[in-house]
Design a protein around this ligand. Structure first.
Ligand code: TMP
Ligand code: ASP
Length: 260
């Protein structure tokens, strides 16, 4: 597989072409942004951890039949993925109220929701990813009714699976963001899960202490982001127990276990 030219650079990842027209390379950067780029920094080692954690979650989802863009991880920062046309909607799934919904609707942080709540945001940084209604999606042809029906079905299965996976390692899945894309193969258009699932795109709280193990550590200036992401990776069984990842020596994660 030959790495070609840069096709797209986002806030946390870069996409490169390959010599296969259906496949691209997704590179995880160390850049951290919040509140639509108003706040940004570089956190050494974040990309390495997100690459591993996202690989773990997407390959597990693949095993329960959730089609997704992951083909395989290439190295510490890169994975081969299927090239999709991204549906320009960020699908936010909430099990517990936290973050923007608490401010927008005056809901107390930590309120457990009766059932998962799915919100739609238009994926447009210049507009600040505004919340939209399902009707807007159809009115402006961002996706078809059939596509959203499929996406919703997948979202609920993904949420169930992820709640259980994290619960098993002492973590509460508060909320997360998903993106989906259209993959064209043999003239067929398939909706598959895309982007990444990592502590950058989820809120993850320790079950016992409610300690935040996600990007809120950066958003809220709590510090210790790398130890928190490392904790998530260790609990998921991705890192050997002895690996002591700190913000300074994270590039030496030599003991990362090779998964099958
Ligand atoms: P919010 O509380 O800011 O709306 O975020 C809800 C969840 O979605 C949280 O886990 C962070 C994630 N998220 C992203 O991954 N990317 C984004 O651009 C936004 C707005 C949220
Ligand atoms: N990902 C968005 C940003 O970088 C929002 C966030 O995660 O808070 O601005």
């Amino acid at each position: 597989m030959k790495k070609g030219k840069k096709l797209y650079e986002g806030k946390a990842k870069i996409i490169y072409a390959t010599n296969d027209k259906d496949l691209v390379i997704q590179y995880f950067k160390d850049d951290a942004t919040a509140f639509n780029n108003q706040k940004k920094t570089t956190i050494e080692g974040k990309g390495v951890l997100n690459n591993r954690i996202s690989e773990h979650i997407l390959s597990n989802l693949g095993q329960i039949g959730i089609k997704n863009h992951l083909v395989k991880r290439l190295n510490m920062r890169e994975q081969i993925i299927k090239l999709v046309e991204i549906i320009p909607i960020e699908f936010i799934v909430r099990n517990v109220a936290s973050g923007s919904i608490t401010k927008r609707l005056g809901i107390e942080d930590g309120t457990v929701l009766k059932e998962p709540l799915v919100e739609y945001c238009l994926k447009d940084d210049k507009l600040g990813d505004p919340l939209v209604a399902e009707e807007h999606i159809y009115a402006f042809d961002w996706a078809t009714k059939e596509e959203i029906k499929k996406v919703k079905k997948m979202i609920l299965r993904i949420n169930d699976f992820m709640i259980g996976m994290f619960r098993g390692v002492g973590i509460k899945l508060i909320d997360f963001k998903l993106e989906f894309g259209r993959f064209k193969s043999n003239g067929k258009n398939e909706i598959i899960l895309a982007d990444e699932i990592s502590p950058d795109t989820c809120r993850l709280w320790d079950t016992v202490t409610d300690k935040k193990l996600d990007k809120d550590r950066f958003r809220k200036d709590l510090g210790d982001l790398i130890p928190a992401y490392t904790e998530v990776a260790k609990r998921l069984g991705i890192l050997h127990e002895q690996s002591n990842v700190s913000a300074v020596n994270v590039t030496k994660i030599s003991s990362i276990k090779k998964r099958k």
